[in-house]
Design a protein around this ligand. Structure first.
Ligand SMILES: [Zn+2]
Length: 312
């Protein structure tokens, strides 16, 4: 290496050292400035958050005030006696019978095959004991007053069959539809009210219909009809006829063993013993607070012997 080379090399070294010093100064400066910049940024953010919080708290206050106003206007409303009564009535009606009459035996007396020459006597007896019941009727010309009386006195008027001839009703699905339509229209035209409840002739478990029972149930559903079978039978339709005390005993036993008893009885021209048995039943239960007689309504749990296959 000559002297010329040595000068050039020294200058190059000096420049490099200078550059290196500047770099170190820059890095130190950067790290000193960084916390300050961050602090300024945080202060700005904090300020923004504060003003957002202020806004939110204002909105919350407005909401609180509105709520207080609403509650106090609601309280003012519910002290009105008329409103209270409506409220109570509504609650009772939407409850199913099993909830509304919890702890009581619910008895639904049902009378099939009427009206008959005894219908008025039967209605008088029900009135005497202040009992409401359900009638599943057939078509009988000349009995318009009885159909109407059943409804007017607070009983339920369900439909059963037009002429109650098994071979017609259950011949096939169209025979069934025809029978249901006929009794439905017949009752609606007399009472002005569309029927809501149905009882199969012979019950839903009858073995006369050879087709698919689902088709029959589908048709009732289409017509908005709910069918009720029974879980207590009075056996008042037994051939030869049971005595009034035998019929009464069957019913009383059935009531004791069911919290909801749907009782099968008949309102027919040859069944005066049913009415005599009813008096025995009412007399023996009249002091029982835990037994209540009710008409079937849309809040009554259906008792059904056969249900749709898909619902089994
Ligand atoms: Zn019948």
């Amino acid at each position: 290496m000559d002297s010329n080379d040595s000068v050039l090399y020294n200058e190059f070294r000096k420049k490099r050292v200078k550059l290196f010093k500047r770099l170190i100064l820059f890095v130190i400066g950067f790290f000193i400035a960084l916390p300050n910049v961050l602090s300024i940024f945080l202060i700005i953010s904090l300020h923004n958050t504060n003003s957002s919080l202020d806004k939110l708290s204002n909105e919350l206050n407005i909401l609180k005030n509105t709520r207080t106003e609403l509650i106090s206007s609601e309280e003012n409303k519910t002290v009105l006696p008329e409103e209270n009564e409506i409220e109570e009535d509504y609650v009772l009606k939407v409850l199913p019978d099993s909830k509304e009459y919890e702890g009581q035996k619910r008895v639904y007396l049902t009378f099939d095959d009427g009206p008959s020459r005894y219908t008025n006597e039967l209605l008088d007896l029900l009135n005497e004991y202040d009992v409401k019941a359900t009638f599943f009727v057939i078509a009988q010309d000349g009995y318009d007053d009885e159909y109407k009386r059943i409804i007017n006195e607070g009983h339920t008027l369900g439909i059963h069959s037009y002429k109650h001839v098994y071979s017609d009703v259950y011949s096939n699905i169209s025979g069934f539809k025809n029978d249901v339509d006929s009794i439905y229209d017949y009752i609606e035209s007399i009472t002005g009210e569309a029927p809501l409840f149905y009882r199969f002739p012979g019950g839903s478990s009858n073995t006369i219909f050879k087709g698919d029972k689902d088709d029959l149930i589908d048709y009732l559903n289409d017509k908005n009809l709910v069918y009720y079978d029974w879980n207590v039978t009075s056996k008042d339709a037994t051939n030869g006829g049971l005595s009034k005390s035998q019929i009464a005993n069957n019913v009383l036993k059935g009531i004791e063993s069911n919290s909801e008893a749907v009782v099968l009885m008949h309102d027919a021209n040859d069944k005066h013993s049913t009415i005599e048995a009813l008096r025995i039943i009412f007399e023996s239960l009249k002091t029982r607070d835990d037994v209540i007689f009710l008409p079937i309504t849309e809040y009554t749990e259906p008792v059904q012997h056969v249900i749709k296959k898909s619902e089994e």
